[in-house]
Structure formats: C-alpha cells, structure tokens
Write a protein that binds this ligand. Structure first.
Ligand code: GN1
Ligand code: MG
Length: 366
C-alpha cells in the first residue's frame, strides 16, 4: 500500500517510517502510519472507507466534521481544551477532509492518532463498562443541543428494525448463496420475534420517545481508554452519527459489551448476558445523560437491548444468506457464527427479563 500520496495531500511532511493495519471494525480498512519529523515521531490513522456501505462518503465526513467541531466547543467551555478527547481530522489544501486515490475509487481520510490510549474488544472488568456507559452518555449529552436536521442520514433506516426484517425476508426468499436450507431453525427463531421489534420505531414516530443525535455503533471498541487509568477518553468511529433514539445506543453497547463472549464465539455455551455488566453500563449511561432521559425511555432500556440483539442477528444472517457482501468475514460461516451468538444472547435476555427490569428500576433510584 502506498500511503505517500495520501500523506502528501494532507500536508504530512515527515518520512513514513512504519505502517501497520489495525484489524478492528467490520467495515472500513484502518492503518496506523508513523512519520518521522525533525525531532519527533508522529502517528496518524489512515482509513479507507468502504464505499459499498457508505455510498456518499463526503456526507459522512461532513457529518463528522460538524459533530467533532461541536464537541470541541463543548470541551473548551467545560475543560479549557480538547486534547485526546475528540478525533481531529486532517484537511487537505483543497479544504476537504478526504482524498480519492486509484482513479477516484478509493476514499481516504486521516486523523491524528491518540497517544497512550487503548481500545478493548471485550469488557475485562466491570469498571470499564461503567466508564463506557458514562462516555456514550456524555457523547449524547454533548450533542443534545446540536441541530439534528443539519446531519445527513448516512444509511437510511440504519436502526429501523422492521425495515431490517424486511431486508432479511428478501434475503431469505432470494437465497442468493444457496445457504438457506442449513439455517431454517435460526430463521424461525427470528421470525417468531418479529412482531415485538417495531416498538422503538413506533414510539419514536408517535413522539412517545424523543429523537436525539446518537452514535449508532456503540461497541466498547469504539471508545478509547487511557492506558494508565482506564478512564474513557474518546468516542471514535463516528461514521453513523445520525438522529435516532438513545435506546439504540444503549442496546447496542449492552448486547456487545455485556455479552460474556465475543460476537463471533463458536461455543454458544459461553454466550450469555452478564447482569453485573448491564447494571454498570446503565449506571454510567444514566448518570451522564442526567435528567434528560425521560421515564418512557428508561422503562424501555431492556427492550432496547433485546431489539438491538435481534436486529444484529437478522443483519448477520441476511448477509450470510446474501453470500457475505456487507461485513468483513474471515471464514465461510463467519456471519452465521455471529448470527448464532446474537440468537443465543436474545434467548438469555428473555430468560433474564424480570431481572433486567428490576436492575433498571434500581439504577434510577440512585
Ligand atoms: C459494523 O465497523 P464496525 O465493526 O464498527 C456495523 C455495525 C454493527 C457492527 C457489528 C456501518 O461496525 O452496525 O453493529 O459492525 N457498522 C455498519 O459488529 O454497518
Ligand atoms: Mg463502525
């Protein structure tokens, strides 16, 4: 990979001394690029955007720049500086925060690497998940006065679960990769729960719960933690920041982070929902969202977790049926393995439903 033209475009003058792919994320390609300058070394993150997923990448960058500028202002007001707390994207001579290569085929962006930080793929101790809740809650709080109508809808109906089910049904009917016969049991499980998945979208439409500017991809590895203190410092992966409900962000974070196994664990006996972690995240999230969470939203938190889990199951299984065209995969059955962990998690969420209600109520008393 020749990073030099991209570096040149963004005015990075030093000599590239090290490059390395960072294998996280299921969509974009991400690289760490180290540059030797006169008397110091500086690191950048170069990302090639997946333009099959993000059809209008310029709009993605436009949203991100607006949102990061807004957060920077907030941080200056409250902390006097924003160093390490928000992503800073480079802008080329043409004033644009992106650069096309390969005859306009590849879309690149570059941001400053945040030093002394670590990202976790799994929650290794409960305090980390409290921090994650706090951080995603704070992110939403910062954006609570952001003009939502100025944001482009990057992926239409991104978290519209009934629409996800329609797509899933189309994939089932088409059976493009000829894989359907092997997954009838999984299909049945998901279709049995279709009726209950429209609740959040209906309540948003009816105004029972508010639209907010949300992150929409709240996996724990989308937060950077300080590598000394394990305090959350920066929310990353802002590609899908759009208007939505806080319940998506809550649900997505919990289905991923409070699972006792990774999203692609093959041994389903390892997959369950850790209630201690659920409580930690809820505490952190509710604390930093402050009084702005409405009673209706709080009552729906467990539903947010269940619906997001089912939504991801339908997305993974649909992609398996389509022949793996959307998510990056490392084996032929990778999407099926992912769908199965989500189904197992949904089963466990149902088994723990009463407890989830009780814990949620307890978090509000504090
Ligand atoms: C994708 O790229 P990554 O890993 O942050 C996906 C999310 C899914 C997630 C599942 C734009 O996110 O919606 O929840 O994989 N992002 C997009 O791991 O589809
Ligand atoms: Mg992402």
């Amino acid at each position: 990979m020749d990073f030099q033209p991209i570096a040149d475009h963004f005015g990075i003058t030093g000599k590239i001394v090290h490059t390395e792919e960072i294998h996280s994320g299921n969509i974009n390609r991400t690289y760490l690029v180290a540059v030797q300058e006169a008397d110091s070394q500086k690191e950048y993150v170069f990302q090639k955007i997946n333009t099959f997923v993000f059809k209008k990448p310029e709009e993605v960058m436009d949203n991100i720049l607006k949102v990061t500028e807004h957060i920077k202002k907030k941080l200056i007001e409250t902390h006097g500086c924003y160093h390490r707390r928000v992503l800073s994207f480079l802008v080329g001579d043409d004033g644009k925060p992106y650069y096309y290569t390969a005859g306009n085929k590849h879309f690149w962006r570059v941001y400053e690497y945040i030093n002394h930080a670590v990202a976790y793929d799994q929650v290794i101790k409960p305090e980390l998940f409290y921090e994650a809740g706090r951080s995603f809650g704070e992110f939403q709080d910062w954006l609570s006065d952001f003009p939502a109508q100025s944001l482009a809808e990057i992926i239409p109906s991104f978290h519209n679960t009934p629409v996800r089910y329609e797509t899933f049904r189309r994939s089932m009917e088409k059976d493009a990769a000829g894989r359907r016969a092997g997954v009838e049991e999984e299909i049945r499980f998901l279709l049995d729960r279709e009726a209950e998945c429209g609740v959040l979208v209906e309540k948003l439409k009816s105004g029972e719960i508010p639209y907010r500017v949300t992150h929409n991809d709240t996996k724990i590895n989308n937060i950077l933690f300080d590598n000394q203190t394990d305090k959350a410092i920066c929310v990353i992966d802002l590609d899908t920041v759009m208007p939505g409900t806080a319940l998506y962000d809550f649900g997505d974070a919990v289905r991923y982070g409070a699972s006792t196994a990774l999203e692609d664990e093959r041994d389903l006996s390892k997959v369950s929902l850790d209630l201690t972690l659920y409580e930690q995240f809820a505490k952190g999230f509710l604390e930093s969202m402050g009084d702005s969470m409405t009673a209706a939203e709080i009552a729906l938190l467990p539903q947010g977790v269940k619906i997001m889990t089912l939504e991801l199951a339908t997305r993974f299984l649909a992609d398996y049926l389509d022949g793996d065209v959307y998510f990056k995969t490392r084996s032929d059955d990778h999407n099926l393995v992912r769908a199965r962990t989500q189904i197992q998690l949904a089963r466990d969420i149902e088994a723990k439903w009463e407890q989830l209600q009780k814990i949620t109520a307890r978090c509000c008393e504090k």
